[in-house]
Design a protein around this ligand. Structure first.
Ligand code: ZN
Length: 404
């Protein structure tokens, strides 16, 4: 193994190496100091060796140092970082300017050196080994992070940064802003509104859009995503409060008054929201996996008149039923057989051909099909038990059990 002096000579022989890049090759030696400090000390020591004619190196390394017996060379560009560290202050200012209009407390700094710089580093390591060194990327991130902490008065944070900054030495600066998440519960008070934006533009407005509008106005995000705790049919109402998390992508502002937002959303009479609070991506996962019982109410319309006594037979529905994917959604969902538990039902006659039907069922039960039977694809069904042709009208989700 080469001695440290030999290594220093090898490094400085290749050309001018700046304090950062010189010190970094010995970053694993000493602690509580910086690579710049290491570099400065090594340079001074090397200057002594050079002045005593004990090493043979590129004299540009001693630019600005007064030697007694030899001449120091002219200033040159660092053969490893190619001046990247000298340029750091300018980069920091540019980043701070870019972040000027964004609200955040914490950031993460990332750097992508040019291919050329990485090759310079590799070439040097080939000669001196990697025993004591630190990669340039690590030092650059740390040092630029420190400068940014100072000029922006924000904190570097690896785990949960509000913004991630990437300084690509070739392509420039890019910034990623972490989404904000807001939890709430909604009621849908008007039929014909889908939960999320319909791709074909068939429906003019969605619950997502109604909820997102006042938030986007304040947060000024680039977009939004709606994560619902299940969803009701477009033509159904939902008076039970359905949990959701709305995600705002790339928000410029990430703290504001949710009470005001809630009031703003509730100006729209088609949707009502409550319990707005800050949420997280972890909660989105839980919301999506949510499997609570649901209670529904609808009017069942029968083709032939029904006897009041007949309705008692419907108690037979309180069991596990089998449902094939409904014909109405078969074009976008795979044809599966699902078993769902119906916990509780009740029926109240309204007229000779109509009755009110209430049902408490496992999450994912298709209620319209539980009524109609969907040509035998749901078994049993109201149609099959009453031996009548029954349809579900005015469907309302009345209760949603929260299992979060
Ligand atoms: Zn350098």
């Amino acid at each position: 193994m080469e001695t440290i002096v030999k290594k220093i000579e090898t490094i400085m022989k290749s050309g001018y190496v700046c304090d950062h890049c010189l010190g970094r090759q010995f970053a694993q030696l000493l602690t509580g100091t910086t690579n710049v400090e290491r570099g400065k000390s090594i340079r001074m020591f090397a200057a002594i060796l050079y002045d005593a004619d004990e090493i043979d190196v590129d004299p540009s390394n001693f630019y600005g140092i007064k030697l007694r017996n030899k001449k120091s060379g002219d200033k040159k560009k660092c053969i490893v970082c190619e001046g990247a560290f000298d340029n750091m202050g300018k980069v920091a200012k540019k980043i701070a300017k870019k972040l000027g209009k964004i609200e955040f407390d914490t950031f993460l700094m990332g750097t992508r050196p040019t291919r050329k710089i990485l090759e310079n580093e590799e070439r040097l390591w080939d000669k001196i080994g990697i025993e004591h060194c630190e990669p340039i990327k690590a030092e650059f991130n740390r040092e630029l992070g420190k400068v940014l902490e100072n000029i922006m008065e924000k904190k570097a944070d690896i785990k949960t940064p509000h913004v991630s900054i990437l300084y690509d030495m070739k392509n420039g600066i890019s910034i990623q802003i972490k989404s904000i998440y807001i939890y709430g519960e909604y009621q849908k008070l008007k039929r014909g509104i889908p939960q999320t934006k319909w791709p074909s533009g068939k429906y003019k407005v969605s619950i997502e859009q109604i909820v997102a509008k006042p938030i986007m106005k304040v947060a000024r995000g680039s977009g939004h995503k709606f994560h619902g705790y299940g969803r009701e049919d477009i033509d159904a109402l939902c008076t039970g409060w359905r949990p959701f998390v709305i995600e705002i992508l790339s928000p410029k502002k990430r703290s504001f008054n949710l009470k005001e937002i809630q009031r703003e959303i509730n100006r729209d009479k088609r949707v009502k929201v409550r319990s707005l609070r800050w949420s997280s991506s972890e909660e989105v996962v839980r919301i999506k996996q949510g499997r609570g019982k649901k209670e529904y109410k609808c009017v069942v319309v029968c083709k032939r008149p029904i006897e009041k006594n007949e309705l008692k037979q419907l108690k037979e529905l309180e069991r596990i039923i089998a449902q094939r994917t409904p014909t109405r959604v078969l074009h976008r969902r795979s044809n599966l057989l699902r078993k769902r538990r119906v916990f509780k039902i009740s029926a109240k006659p309204l007229s000779s051909k109509k009755f009110e039907f209430k049902v408490l069922a496992e999450s994912g039960t298709y209620i319209k099909e539980l009524v109609s039977g969907d040509m035998g694809r749901t078994r049993p069904s109201i149609s099959s038990i009453l031996n009548n042709e029954c349809t579900c009208k005015n469907l309302i989700v009345t209760k949603i059990e929260k299992k979060l």
